[in-house]
Design a protein around this ligand. Structure first.
Ligand code: A3P
Length: 320
């Protein structure tokens, strides 16, 4: 959360006083609005977005639950769309000079955090590219009738929890202790966590992708790691910019995957030294491995997460 509480309007304060609330282990207050838990300042951004965002038909929104592969999805989308500008191998590619979060800002955290009518001059290129951590249902009314496209990336809950723990400790510059992991685990399991409950978040997009497959694409971090070529082609097809045979033969797919690889992005000067919203760019890149949480979560934690996933996702056809 990067918005100061003094940006919260009187109207929002009134709304907050009528909502379920919760104080997390760091003493930060959350409230539950339309089924999702937000910090107060983020709620202001959500409300500003909901009242002020005017979708354009060609808009693309990249969505995720935090620590699920957002940075990678942003980089891949920028690279996919940028190939028409012949960027993918040249030295002037935007990804070489800015972090993916600088190129694709969050609607509720960056663009609409202060106002429902922000200056969108920086988004004059077509298509406009935005991102969000809001669940789909928080955007549905605002995007109603709009043919804009939404790409969601989801990641297994154990690695997401593990990644969140290390990320939060890194940005707050605190020791990643077991007790912090324990308290995050509890919040995750009972759903009272920033942008939680996790299961409602991913189910909103999962169901949305069935209901409206032309406009909502559901991607999985694990599949992107296991079969990057297939997944990036799915992604490109969905965005309406499929790879041509010639592109495939000339290695464009590999070039994009290489450009967006964790190894490459994390080695760029801009990602070693820069900052976005007071977060060092380097903190967005760690190991990016599937199953990395295995040696850190206790068996009890793993069992509880498996149980929750089983219970909450049972009837959805989505599994981990
Ligand atoms: P780990 O902490 O497991 O390493 P988000 O981008 O949503 O914040 O998610 C962060 C996770 O994505 C981190 O996982 C990070 O290392 C990984 N990640 C960042 N950039 C990536 C990339 N280009 N390719 C694959 N994974 C990446």
């Amino acid at each position: 959360p990067n918005v100061r509480d003094d940006k919260i309007s009187e109207e929002t304060k009134k709304l907050i006083s009528s909502l379920p609330s919760h104080t997390d282990s760091q003493g930060q207050k959350l409230c539950k609005y339309q089924g999702c838990w937000y910090y107060y300042n983020t709620l202001q951004g959500v409300l500003n977005f909901q009242s002020g965002f005017q979708p354009q038909d060609t808009d693309i929104i990249l969505a995720s639950y935090p620590k699920s592969g957002t940075t990678w999805l942003k980089a891949l989308t920028v690279a996919l769309l940028g190939r028409s500008k012949n960027h993918s191998s040249s030295n002037d590619h935007p990804l070489l000079y800015d972090n993916p979060h600088g190129i694709v800002p969050f609607l509720e955290i960056d663009v609409y955090h202060e106002s429902s009518s922000p200056n969108l001059d920086n988004f004059s290129a077509t298509p406009r590219l935005f991102s969000t951590h809001m669940p789909l249902h928080a955007m549905q009314e605002t995007l109603k009738q709009s043919p804009c496209k939404i790409v969601y990336v989801c990641r297994n809950l154990k690695d997401t929890l593990f990644s969140t723990w290390l990320f939060a400790c890194a940005i707050f510059k605190i020791e990643p202790t077991r007790s912090i992991l324990d308290s995050m685990f509890k919040s995750l399991c009972n759903g009272t966590i920033f942008y939680g409950p996790f299961w409602d978040h991913l189910l909103s997009y999962w169901r949305g992708s069935f209901k409206d497959p032309k406009h909502v694409l559901f991607m999985r971090y694990e599949e992107m790691k296991a079969e990057p070529h297939e997944q990036i082609k799915r992604h490109a097809d969905f965005l309406g910019c499929p790879f041509t045979k010639q592109e495939e033969e000339s290695g464009v797919v590999d070039k994009i995957l290489d450009l967006c690889s964790l190894r490459n992005l994390s080695s760029l000067e801009v990602n070693k030294t820069g900052k976005v919203n007071n977060v060092d760019h380097k903190n967005f890149f760690r190991k990016g491995e599937v199953g990395d949480s295995k040696n850190y979560l206790t068996t009890e934690m793993e069992n509880k997460i498996d149980m929750i996933i089983q219970e909450k996702l049972q009837s959805s056809g989505l599994n981990f």
